[in-house]
Design a protein around this ligand. Structure first.
Ligand code: AP5
Ligand code: MG
Length: 219
């Protein structure tokens, strides 16, 4: 399946994508994780992205679309993928349509994770990520690792993201409302969107997502 996950910062896109990708045997492609990997490796792409990310703004479309296109061209994405954090505005959504159309394929569905704003603020404040693999995501209260500061999946060191500060989160939420929410309407007009309440335990939300995707498959 070819799926896009959308939702505000801290909604749980990365958390859900990590589980769903394993269940569906398709790659989890997160543009945020790709940028963070470039930053930690000190690549020119990472250097360019860092300023925008730390300010809570979108990295320019040419850079982001090029990176996403390269990733989607890799062999593991040939039989499906779960996109997390891309597309994030209408220009990117239309670019994705073109990239897929070049291969004669299209999206199967868009899962929209719905979470109240006060909850996303709490989720972001306690989030910890693994230095070895940014898709290993924890929370100091809601999803605590067995040993504080240590990743349960691989033993890596846990850290707090540079853009998880209060003022950056405010900017990220504003950018979400003005730039990203319009893509939900864009995809809704194509009949692709299922909105899932993303409150509740991680595995309860996963079950809602799996049920929604099952219905999409049968549609
Ligand atoms: P990105 O990395 O995509 O960040 P984001 O969209 O702000 O989303 P987050 O990763 O913060 O949240 P999430 O929904 O993945 O939540 P998570 O699963 O971690 O982007 C970062 C930046 O990169 C952007 O601001 C931009 O600068 C740049 N960028 C990226 N893509 C771009 C693009 N396409 N174009 C331009 N720029 C781009 O969960 C959050 C916390 O909640 C965790 O601690 C988790 O353990 C916890 N949690 C999850 N689910 C639950 C639950 N059900 N109950 C309780 N806690 C939960
Ligand atoms: Mg994420």
């Amino acid at each position: 399946m070819r799926i896009v996950l959308v939702g505000p910062p801290g909604a749980g896109k990365g958390t859900q994508a990590h589980v769903l990708a394993k269940t569906l045997s398709i790659p989890h492609i997160s543009t945020g994780d790709l940028f963070r990997a470039n930053i930690s490796q000190g690549t020119p792409l990472g250097l360019e992205a860092k300023g925008y990310m730390d300010a809570g703004r979108l990295v320019p479309d040419e850079v982001t679309i090029g990176m996403a296109k390269d990733r989607l061209a890799q062999e593991d994405a040939a039989h499906g993928f779960l996109l997390d954090g891309f597309p994030r505005n209408l220009v990117q959504a239309k670019a994705l349509d073109e990239i897929l159309a070049e291969s004669g394929i299209a999206l199967n569905g868009v899962l929209d994770l719905e979470v109240p704003e006060d909850e996303v603020v709490k989720r972001i404040a306690g989030r910890r990520l693994c230095r070895n693999d940014g898709s290993h995501v924890f929370h100091v209260h809601y999803n605590a690792p067995s040993v504080e500061g240590v990743c349960d999946e691989c033993g890596g060191e846990l850290y707090q993201r540079a853009d998880d500060t209060e003022s950056t989160v405010r900017n990220r939420l504003e950018v979400y409302h003005t730039e990203t929410e319009p893509i939900i309407e864009y995809y809704a007009q194509q009949g692709l969107v299922t909105t899932i309440p993303a409150l509740g335990k991680v595995d309860e939300v996963t079950q809602r997502a799996v049920d929604a995707l099952e219905q999409r498959k049968q549609a």
